[in-house]
Write a protein that binds this ligand. Structure first.
Ligand code: GLA
Length: 510
């Protein structure tokens, strides 16, 4: 009898605790999570094309959700490449013969099996879909250390971000010597790292061991924007070092380059990027080049010609003032205008995804929770995906909460960004209250974002005439991953203030 009582009391106490926890959870997490949790069966995410150059190191971790252990395999893998069935990491050297190699990726667990084609295009083009990853700037600023970078790689795996296609772990400014910290280079002129980067090759190897890629940063001028040593005058030697260390991505930031040249003619603007672009093409590994010069000289018109794979189109998003609209809308609206210039391998870059815990760029201070509303965050991500922007999160990888991950990791939303047709959304309508963007997808469907720029809920519509559609269409709500009822003539939705409705319209087959 006494024993029974004890169990009851425990059950009651347990029940109460459970309820209390539930209430506390509901109070703490009032932000609506729209992204359905991925199921236990395997699902392969990420792009369906991968560009690389012949005879270079190849590294690709198959991004897949589903209960582990998953056993990975690939049909059609060129003999120069090998796949680890336990991790899904493909390594090796790309074939020496240019051409298209069509692989079928397979992921299997106790719950099921997923298959997906991946076309490896061996040629001279990289970044055939926009790069996805993380960058250190908006959380670590000049405090960044090698350990932060290793931890970020760990977190990219542990949080599941890598299972959705995030792969670049990119160090921003402040890893070379500060201008007050001589010597800057060794006796042979090789670039030195500062004390916070004691083993940069080891750091890159560590990132690679996870199946992820490593990125770095420098400037064509003598100094970086934060006053650290840049590549100016040592471009060839530094490009070689960057390749030797094993980096896969370089952000090349104009910063002090203006001290070399006193005008900003197009030739002057292009010169340092063409120089670095050529050096990287000659490197013995594939290195994606990110031009960071804030849009000068309409960089979207010539970024690809000088060897860039993506180019910032605006000033720093983290320094932009917000007015009625938060600053990401300003960077986004400006970037949206250059939609015609984008193609696979050459992307407009409206800057990083600043959500979660992010630092204040004006002070370089420590991170705090974003002040953006949930609706604004859904709009931010939707807009970046519609614009085929690089998706580089720059908040704190050590403090990723469930809501932030739901914004960053919705497979159907990310598929809009990573679509292999490689189009940036066209502006269908823009006025003070509304923005409508439409992005043609490879399968013939159309991704459409209805953005409410006003401070009140608003019904927004897009007609088939505006969208260039005919007949019956089934809209799929991409955030909720649900098909909506078939519609004809137009699509309309009630959209919350600063929020979005993101749908993919598919024609109904007759
Ligand atoms: C510039 C760039 C930023 C960041 C800082 C680093 O402002 O636009 O993205 O790289 O430099 O100093």
């Amino acid at each position: 009898m006494r024993r029974f009582h004890l169990v009851c009391i425990l059950l009651l106490v347990g029940g109460f605790l459970f309820c209390a926890w539930d209430v506390a959870w509901a109070a703490a997490e009032t932000r609506p999570i729209l992204t359905p949790k991925p199921g236990p069966a395997p699902r392969i995410n990420g792009p369906s094309v991968q560009g690389c150059r012949p005879g270079r190191p190849f590294l690709y971790r198959i991004p897949a959700t589903g209960a582990r252990p998953i056993e990975f395999s690939a049909q059609g893998l060129p003999e120069e490449l090998a796949l680890d069935p336990a991790t899904g990491i493909i390594t090796g050297t790309t074939p020496a013969a240019p051409g298209e190699y069509v692989l079928t990726l397979v992921a299997e667990n106790a719950e099921g099996k997923a298959e997906r084609p991946l076309k490896v295009i061996v040629g001279d083009r990289l970044a055939l879909t926009p790069p996805m990853g993380w960058n250190s700037w908006y959380i670590h600023y000049n405090r960044v250390t090698e350990q932060h970078m290793r931890n970020a790689a760990d977190a990219m795996i542990a949080s599941g971000m890598a299972d959705f296609g995030y792969q670049y772990v990119n160090c921003d400014d402040c890893w070379t010597k500060h201008r007050n910290d001589k010597p800057y280079r060794d006796a042979q002129g090789n670039l030195l790292t500062n004390a916070k980067f004691p083993d940069i090759k080891g750091m890159v190897d560590y990132i690679h061991s996870k199946g992820l890629k490593a990125g770095t940063y420098t400037s064509p001028g003598p100094w970086t924007c934060a006053g650290y040593v840049g590549a100016g005058g040592h471009e060839e030697q530094d490009a070689q070092k960057i390749a030797e260390w094993g980096f896969d991505f370089l952000k090349y930031d104009w910063c002090s380059y203006g001290s070399y040249e006193h005008n900003q003619d197009l030739k002057v603007l292009q010169k340092p990027y063409a120089l670095m672009g050529n050096l990287l093409k000659q490197a013995n590994r594939d290195i994606v080049l990110n031009l960071c010069q804030y849009g000068m000289g309409d960089v979207w018109k010539w970024g690809a010609e000088v060897g860039g794979h993506c180019w910032r189109t605006t000033h720093d998003l983290g320094l932009m003032a917000a007015n009625q609209l938060p600053s990401f809308y300003h960077a986004g609206l400006s970037n949206a205008r250059h939609w015609q210039y984008v193609k696979p391998g050459g992307w407009n870059d409206p800057d990083y995804i600043l959500i979660g815990t992010v630092g204040d760029a004006r002070t370089g201070g420590p991170g705090a929770a974003t002040s953006l509303t949930p609706d604004e965050q859904y709009s931010y991500m939707s807009m970046w995906c519609l614009m085929a922007s690089p998706l580089i999160f720059s908040g704190d990888m050590a403090r990723l909460d469930e809501f932030t991950l739901n914004v960053l990791c919705n497979a159907e939303v990310l598929a809009v960004d990573q679509d292999s047709l490689g189009k940036q959304a066209r502006i269908v309508r823009q006025n003070d209250d509304e923005l409508v963007l439409a992005k043609p997808m490879e399968d013939g469907s159309l991704a459409v974002g209805l953005f409410n720029l006003s401070a009140k809920p608003r019904e927004i519509s897009a007609s088939w005439t505006d969208l260039g559609l005919t007949g019956k269409q089934i809209p799929r709500d991409l955030w909720r991953q649900k098909d909506l009822g078939a519609t004809e003539g137009d699509y309309r939705a009630e959209v919350p203030p600063h929020g979005v409705m993101l749908v993919r319209l598919r024609g109904v087959e007759k």
